[in-house]
Design a protein around this ligand. Sequence first.
Ligand code: SAH
Length: 397
Amino acid sequence: MSSYKEIVLRPGKEASLRRFHPWVFSGAIARKPEELEEGETVRILAADGSFLGVGHFQIGSIAVRIMSFLDELIDTAFYEKSLLNAYRMRQELGLIRPDNTIFRLVHGEGDNLPGLIIDIYGDTAVIQAHSIGIHNDMGPVTEALKRAIPADTVKHIFYKSEGTLPYKAGIFPENSYLFGGDGVDAIALENGLRFRIDWLKGQKTGFFVDQRENRALLERYARNRHVLNMFCYTGGFSVYALRGGAASVVSVDSSAKAVSITDQNVALNFGEDPRHTSLPEDAFKFLKQLQYGEKDLIILDPPAFAKHRGAVNNALQGYKKLNLQAMEKIAPDGFLFTFSCSQVISAEQFRLAVFSAAAISGRKVRILHQLTQPADHPINIYHPEGEYLKGLVLRVE
Ligand code: SAH
């Protein structure tokens, strides 16, 4: 039995934990120790004193994120066991191959490790902490990662939690290597395609691993198409479209840095490819001046328009407007790949926004595919909050 401090819940508040939902809301708590620091590991007990789980305490409406439903220590051995599990599943999913060295090893609650994200890029692991508890445990997590994963797989561990920890905690870790760091090879492979990953300065951990399968689907539809990749970031969709035999690909992102990374990634795979052009431009502005019928495959993969519930209505208007612009311009019988990565917007709400755009455009629109996040971004069935990526592939007549 662990000897962590204890939090006791109010009667009836144990039900969701007994169903393995990994969060304790602050309103569910009857008693907690006077002195409890953000990030401390605590034992959770039901009102009748029975054990429910061990987790990290945090300040806010989510008061505890459960790390284990067993009465065990959250130590190096615990993380080693969890990371081995995560690694084995990615192996069984066929994601760890000589031609695929980019994958997400740990997806927070989806891998029963709330607050922890680990992406693998070749022989570098990039770790992001989203809770003080995980931040405090970086020693054991790093040690466990070295033990759980073959030595030639992880030679460098980069910690990137600037800006991901709760601001109020007042902890601002510098992005830095926790292990290795010399002679790093920043080029990694996704389905045989080469990408330079900039975990030092790029967004998130440096790359959007979650679009891998959707990019592969796009590759199948790209032949002879005139492709417009809006919000291209590091150019994932562009590179797949080029391999798929696109006639032309235009990559657009408002960030000049992103556009230049896209150019580099195209060159890494295809050298100077006259089919590809790119420009730094606002997506809405670009779509406005686009000629009708110029493009017959358009990708819309914007940043999350809603980051919290209060922003949902505005975000839905944003998705509607963006999709309407694309539907007004896309060539007859075009393919539109449209996405939302806003966690607070449901698949149903997103589809409704796209429906509204279709109705206003007056065009015939069919849904060919309904897309989501890939298997290395699993969703704990008891924690539907883990579902965030939604996409539709549309045929616009
Ligand atoms: N499709 C990408 C990920 C997109 S992330 C991939 O597969 O990797 C969202 C991108 O949208 C960011 O690179 C950001 O710079 C860009 N962006 C944000 N607002 C924009 C706007 N108004 N117009 C164009 N690009 C924008």
